[in-house]
Design a protein around this ligand. Structure first.
Ligand SMILES: [Zn+2]
Length: 406
């Protein structure tokens, strides 16, 4: 307070006032002036503090964590963040064409018109401008996009933090989240998003479902907002149709991992191989209405896939993924789940060192993997990796056969 008092510029007026009035009057006047100016100074510094807080660091929380978004701005009392950043974390597909930026999510269409600076939602004008173009970059209201895409939000005024979350997912209480905010304030600055975008993309892939572990993995992915790729077995899909639909609705990619997984049956002949792989793909398509052209063959493509099987896959328009990082999860018990996390950390670190920008990680829908998965995701997120599910329109070649057509 003392330092604030001294920096208050009007303090010098007190000395000026001493030049006027008599001895008694001077003393009276002096104290009146000091009190008055003190009050003004207190008021001013109070206001100054409020302004500083307004300009100070703000945070956006998503579920149980603080997002590493650097450029958070308060515009007319509303917190806005770069659209590209929040789109990344909320998995909002953003497209810019013909002077318009379009976001489509949950059947809703938001359009920002760059020439007029206006936003429409499903054709209806949004008069208070939830999206603004600042210094050539689009900023979007956090509360607006949260509310419109099915999130709840809570504002923690004393911590300058907006937390967005979905009630249907498990998350820590608001009281516990305040501790997360406090702990975050004392940490090193987070990895900036520009840094993160330079990092590799990781593709989590889960084989051998659908089963009960698939549902747990799916819930974990949902909680952390991470897209992934599943390779399901046909015979398992027949018994767990609802799980296939749940995973598909969560936005993950589902490909075929054969019907039986039985080495003797799958690799018996080219005909059996194709029937096994295509049978699984057809089931995915029937159950989800989505195409399933990507396969992962049981036990990996090499050395089991023959040149004839290879040719037949290509002729039928299939693509094949092996992997970059093997978690070896199937080798461990639930209690050894930590080893799976370690294997992924070592494998990814090695792949990055070798210059790999698209890292495909092999996991399974197994109990020990459900235990390891949260820690795997948290580590990858901390390291700044971006997650993607397989994108058919943006196919990445990764097969041990080194076939550019697969
Ligand atoms: Zn398998």
């Amino acid at each position: 307070m003392l330092s604030n008092f001294y920096t208050c510029p009007s303090f010098n007026i007190v000395n000026e006032s001493e030049k006027f009035g008599g001895r008694r009057g001077k003393r009276m006047k002096k104290w009146t002036w000091i009190s008055l100016i003190a009050i003004i100074c207190i008021l001013f510094t109070g206001v100054g503090k409020a302004n500083a807080a307004e300009k100070g660091k703000r945070y956006i929380g998503l579920h149980d964590r603080i997002l590493p978004i650097e450029d958070i701005r308060v515009i007319d009392g509303d917190t806005k963040v770069p659209l590209k950043d929040i789109a990344n974390y909320l998995y909002l597909p953003v497209e810019t064409k013909d002077g318009k930026t379009i976001i489509q999510k949950q059947g809703k269409e938001f359009i920002f018109d760059h020439s007029t600076g206006t936003t429409t939602l499903d054709g209806v004008d949004q008069p208070w401008k939830p999206i603004a173009s600042i210094d050539g970059q689009l900023f979007i209201s956090v509360k607006y996009i949260a509310r419109e895409t099915g999130f709840q939000f809570e504002y923690f005024q004393e911590h300058h933090t907006i937390r967005i979350y979905r009630n249907e997912f498990n998350h820590i209480s608001h009281e516990a989240f305040k501790e997360v905010i406090k702990a975050h304030g004392t940490k090193q600055p987070p990895v900036s998003t520009s840094n993160a975008s330079k990092k590799a993309t990781v593709y989590l892939t889960f084989d051998d479902g659908p089963n009960q572990s698939t549902l747990i993995n799916n819930a974990t992915l949902e909680k952390y907002k991470v897209p992934a790729t599943f390779f399901f077995l046909g015979n398992q899909m027949k018994q767990n149709e609802s799980i296939v639909k749940t995973v598909s609705k969560s936005g993950h990619y589902i490909g075929s991992h054969s019907m039986t997984h039985d080495k003797a049956l799958v690799y018996n002949s080219t005909e059996s191989f194709i029937a096994e792989m295509a049978g699984g793909a057809e089931l995915v398509e029937q159950l989800t209405g989505k195409s399933a052209n990507l396969v992962r063959v049981p036990y990996g493509s090499k050395p089991l896939v023959t040149p004839s099987m290879q040719k037949s896959l290509i002729a039928r328009g299939f693509k094949l993924w092996d992997w970059d990082v093997d978690s070896n999860d199937w080798r461990y018990t639930d209690k050894q789940a930590g080893q799976i996390v370690k294997n992924v950390q070592e494998g990814v670190t090695k792949a990055v060192k070798s210059g790999d920008k698209d890292i495909i990680i092999l996991l399974h829908d197994r109990s020990q993997t459900t235990i390891a998965l949260p820690r795997i995701i948290e580590w990858l997120q901390q390291e700044g990796y971006k997650f993607k599910a397989y994108e058919p329109d943006n196919h990445i070649i990764q097969n041990f056969l080194r076939d550019p057509l697969l």
